[in-house]
Ligand binder design. Sequence first.
Ligand code: G6P
Length: 605
Amino acid sequence: MCGIIGYVGERKCINILLDGLKALEYRGYDSSGIAYNENNEIKIIKSTGKVQELENKIDKNLPSYIGIGHTRWATHGIPNEINAHPHHQGKTTLVHNGIIENYVELKKELSSYYNFKSETDTEVAAALIDYLAKNNSKLEALKKAMTKIIGSYALAIIFDDEPETIYAIRKDSPMIIAQKNNDSFVASDIAAILKYTNEYYILNEGEIAKLTKEKLTIFNNNLQEITKDLKIYQGNINDIMKNGFDHFMLKEIYDETSVYQNIINTYFPNYDIKELINNFPNLSKYEKIKIIGCGSAYHAGMVAKSTLEDFANIETTVEMASEYRYKKIFPNSKELVILISQSGETADTLEALRIAKKNNIDTLAIVNVNSSSIARESDMVIYCLAGCEIAVATTKAYLAQVLILSLITLTISYNKKIITNEEANKYLFNIKNLISDTKKILDNKEEYQKLASKIYKNNCMFFIGREIDYAICMEASLKMKEISYIHSEAYPAGELKHGTISLIEENTPVIGIITQEEIAQKTISNLKETKARGSKIIIITTQNIYDKYLNDHFYEEIIIIKDINILLQSLVTVTPLQLLSYYVAKLRGEDIDKPRNLAKSVTVE
Ligand code: G6P
């Protein structure tokens, strides 16, 4: 989604702003712009398309030492230069992430004082702040603006009559601030400034940040100066570099083994269940679990539903955050709500968390980004430790979510005495093998390239499976459609014949996922039903199932993965499917890391 970078300091700012915007490109955007102070005059340059197009319009050596920049993911108004940020009204120039919900009313109130050129809600915020700053100090004006604006916002603001200062405020959209060696920064995430510093502060709701070359000051809601805890980003610059890979997505798939290793090192370095129990919250008292997330995080929950129910004997439901927030809630002190989010900032998931808390339901967040809003506001948190993920399509962070959920399942099962100490330790030790099994998959990329070459020209495909395999299909299908733009659907294998099978034509790829022996033959029968209608069948299955049930070669291609165990099988099944989507998208020549219309972190409803 939109990204913000602001800089004031001793260095020329244009390159710093452009670097920051490029580092934010991964969030998804369709236009960009910067505002900078040149000889005490605020100038604005904008462009549609890539940041490179903005860069082509600017002299990078301009003598400007303060500026704000933005990548816009269109919400109100089409992606054109007029709607691109920064927006300027009166003496106020600003960039904005989020959505101002009452902008129509505010626009009406302000329309006798200002002409509005764009269709955006942001331009209204600029006018509002400008109007309030006419008769108030800048701090007072921002404080008043925060009481008037309804919705979500992270704003970085420069005033014509204070052109050496950047102000920042936020609500429900993240913002960090930093200062190092006479360089002050404001940004929507750490990636934008990591080249210069890994030390930052989190700006909270209701606070105002004031950045000058020498000083970073933060004020609370009463406009008193406050001090904050310094945060240190634990990852490193390699997280935001491609390291020789063609795309971040591929690099991040290859990172998966080190993510598993990080999880082992942090939570159970000696493969001892007691260590894991000490490092994870105790969830024994809960009789029900509800998992909430969006996109791939929701799919991770769908995988975990099967394992939590089958392996830990705990009733589990899974909800999309955007649905949960408008449903009737039945508060239950024996229920735990688990929120899953890579970014920890997804607006719907954050709101679902707040609703659960308002209903006195205990909450546990499984989050990748440290100190993100969801991590901070949940009662308990477990970090995924996947490192910074840049590609819009999540890969390593999704698998980290699934692994953390499997570990939760293991701890519940152990605490309920469903499994013994010895059995639990064996499961943990198997995660070591998961690393070598995943490495083998990654070493075999030619297999997925070959497979991709057989299906990349199709414009429609299906992924079918049952139970946990269906949950894997959902993620595999999302990955395929989001980066390759092939229309792809995940279907429970047994349900296909109730309507959807009418879409199967000669050569339609149907990818069957079969990893559970008990129901393998059922899915095989459903695949054969599609074969009878001309489909091109590809199967992903385990060695054991292959040996027992798949010797009649009715399929076009087969990928055989290792049998592991119910807790880890999905992890080793998903990596090949991620590689398959990647190579299909690559053959189709798509912009893999930044698929059209998508955003990495969806901070609007
Ligand atoms: C976006 C991303 C998806 C992601 C979803 C949830 O739609 O493109 O890859 O799964 O948001 O994001 P979260 O950060 O909450 O996991």
